[in-house]
Design a protein around this ligand. Sequence first.
Ligand code: PEP
Length: 247
Amino acid sequence: MAGLVIANWKMHGSLELIAEFAQEWRELPQLSGVNVVLCPPAPYLGVVSEAVEGIVLGAQNSADRVEGALTGEVSSQMLSELGCGYVIIGHSERRSLFSETDAQVAVKAQLAIAQGLHAVVCVGETLEHRDADQQDKVVSEQLLGSLAEVPWEKLVVAYEPVWAIGTGRTATPAQAEAMHGVIKGCLRGHFGDAGADIPVIYGGSVKPENAGVLFECDNIDGALVGGASLNANSFWHIASAASAGRA
Ligand code: PEP
C-alpha cells in the first residue's frame, strides 16, 4: 500500500502561516507513492483547501452525534461537505484533556466512515504503562474498545505512544515496529483477512531526521506528524521519506 503521511497542526497556525506554507509547498517537487493529508484547525479548512495544492484535506476531530444542540461541535457530515477525506479521532490530547472514552471514539469513527471519511483512530500507552511493560495489553484493549461496530473500510490506526508526542522523544524503530505488529495482529483477529489492509501509521516526534528509519519498518505504513508538519519543508521531507520507503 502507498504510504500515508498526515499533518496534525493541532491548535496552531494563522492565515499568514497558511500562505507561507502554501507558497513553500508549491515550490517543492510533487510527491508520488504517498498520500499526504493536512489537518488544520477547523476554521481554516476552507482556506487550506483553496491554498495548498496536492494534499487531501483532513480534520482533527468530529462529534459523536449526527446533529443537535451541541455548541462548538463539528459533525462528520459537515467535514465531508467541506471536502475532508480524513478525520483524526481519539487523539491522546482529546482523550486526556477532553476525557474522550473508547466508546465515544468508536461512535465518532462509525459516523465518520458512514460519511465517507477515513477515520484515523489513535491509540497509545502512557509512560507509566511503558515503564510497567503493560504497553501491549493497554494498546490492544484501547484499540478493540475504540473499534466496536466500526467497519474496516476507510479505517486507519495511528499508534502514538503518549510519552513520544511533542516531547522530542521518539519510540525506537524496534519499539514502534513491535507495537505495530501487535496492532496488526489485533486487527486481523478482529476483522479477519481484511484487517491486513488497514494502514497502521506511527506518531510521536517524527521529524525529517528519523522518518527514513521508521518507514523502513515493515509494519509502519506512514506517520501522523505534529510539530514538524507546521513547516512545509520538514513535512515534505517526511512525506518524501514515506514515498521512498514504500516505493
Ligand atoms: C501528534 O500531534 O499527533 C504528534 C505526533 O505530535 P508530534 O509529532 O509533535 O510529537
